[in-house]
Design a protein around this ligand. Structure first.
Ligand SMILES: Nc1ncnc2c1ncn2[C@@H]1O[C@H](COP(=O)(O)OP(=O)(O)O)[C@@H](O)[C@H]1O
Ligand SMILES: [Mg+2]
Length: 372
């Protein structure tokens, strides 16, 4: 019998504390079921000299056990912190990764906004400068100001204009809601100027973005989360989608902010009728495929993306954010356990596919086509 393919999952660890312990536990179990020798490890667990890794496995009753494992054929990168040792390991050629490193929101938005295949789905976006707020408000009745490097719904400000009346609403770093009603553009500029200073994150710019009217459900923000993943044949497939609904009055839909999740098809069918709902679903899927393919051209081989898609009240479809290491919680919160399980299995199936291709020498490190 052939030896089992060895798959490593790179993640943050401090002592026995792991980033995303629940998900990673399930990922390891799914991998074992699929016949992989699979383990978790962090940057400090790699013994480069002896080419072995101290890996961790979940124990049946909770907690983790560790032992030395053979060098992995394929590594799934699930590290979500920008720790220097991690970045060094990522940039070395020591490990073979299923997914390439990715960029910040601003850089990704810029690339997509210039690419003919996908530009029509990207809301107009600029780096924040004081004057931008006024020019964007003269073009769009709704404008968002948000950090350029992702925030889990924090520090995002929504500005809506009705004639000369402006309503502002945002969540600060502690998820506290701030609101204001202002009656001139210059008052808005000043208010936003204070906001970006108060909410400033270490290395971050802010973006000013065309707002999409996501009010499919009155007084709530509802956006679509589409999970697209590579399957066991290395082909992109939409695994599932769900709608995240923010708390009443909230400017974002993020689940951390107290939102809930419902079925995508159900909600849009109710809102738009069967025929238009089918067209919207189709467009969301082609957006997901085109965006995944386009981003791979720029960044090299990728494994999965969680796309935040906005379906506006007029039925138009927009890409709000691309998450390269997405969560799967939306499916669990919807009660769709079949999709939830599939969403956990697919990364391992893809890693196994790569491991097999590596055995036959049929795959390169990154498979990137466009240099960035
Ligand atoms: N341009 C926009 N138009 C409408 N809603 C937006 C826009 N940008 C962000 N949002 C809302 O805020 C949420 C969080 O924004 P996102 O860019 O995904 O940042 P994060 O990294 O915090 O998840 C989105 O899911 C959406 O509900
Ligand atoms: Mg998001």
């Amino acid at each position: 019998m052939l030896p089992k393919p060895v798959i490593g999952i790179l993640t943050w660890r401090q002592g026995q504390r792991f980033g995303e312990p629940d998900y990673l536990r399930k990922l390891v179990l799914a991998g074992q079921k699929l016949g992989a020798e699979i383990y978790l490890f962090s940057h400090q667990d790699v013994n480069m000299k002896e080419k072995k890794i101290k890996g961790f496995l979940p124990k049946a009753g909770g907690g983790w056990s560790s032992r030395w494992f053979p060098w992995p054929q394929v590594v799934i990168d699930r590290y979500r912190r920008r720790v220097p040792e991690y970045i060094r390991l990522r940039n070395s050629d020591l490990l073979f990764f299923a997914n390439s490193p990715f960029s910040k929101k601003w850089r990704v938005t810029q690339l997509l906004a210039k690419d003919r295949r996908v530009m029509h789905w990207i809301p107009e976006t600029h780096l924040y400068e004081k004057k931008r707020v006024a020019t964007m408000l003269s073009k769009y009745p709704l404008v968002y100001v948000k950090p350029g490097n992702g925030s889990g719904g924090k520090s995002i400000l929504r500005i809506s204009a009705k004639g000369k009346e402006f309503s502002l609403s945002g969540r600060d770093k502690q998820y506290q809601t701030h609101t204001a009603k202002l009656d001139s553009v210059s008052a808005v500029e000043n208010w936003v100027g204070r906001w970006v200073v108060e909410q400033q994150i270490a290395d971050g710019n802010f973006l000013v973005q065309q707002g999409i009217d996501l009010g499919l459900i009155p007084n709530h923000v509802a956006d679509v989360r589409v999970l697209i993943q590579k399957d066991q044949a290395g082909e992109w497939r939409v695994t599932g989608s769900g709608v995240r609904i923010g708390e009443a009055g909230s400017s974002t839909s993020n689940l951390h902010g107290g939102g809930r999740a419902v079925s995508f098809e159900g909600l849009i069918e109710q809102r738009f009728g069967k025929r238009q709902a089918q067209l919207i679903t189709k467009e969301c899927h082609s957006l997901a495929h085109e965006v995944a393919k386009t981003l791979e051209d720029y960044f090299g081989r990728m494994m999965e993306f969680g796309l935040d898609i906005g379906v506006a009240v007029d039925g138009s479809v927009w890409l709000i954010e691309v998450n390269p290491k997405p969560g799967r919680e939306v499916f669990r919160q919807m009660g769709d356990m079949v999709t939830y399980a599939k969403a956990i299995e697919r990364p391992v199936q893809f890693a196994l596919h790569l491991a097999r291709k590596r055995q036959t020498g049929d795959v390169g490190q990154r498979e990137q086509r466009v240099r960035v």
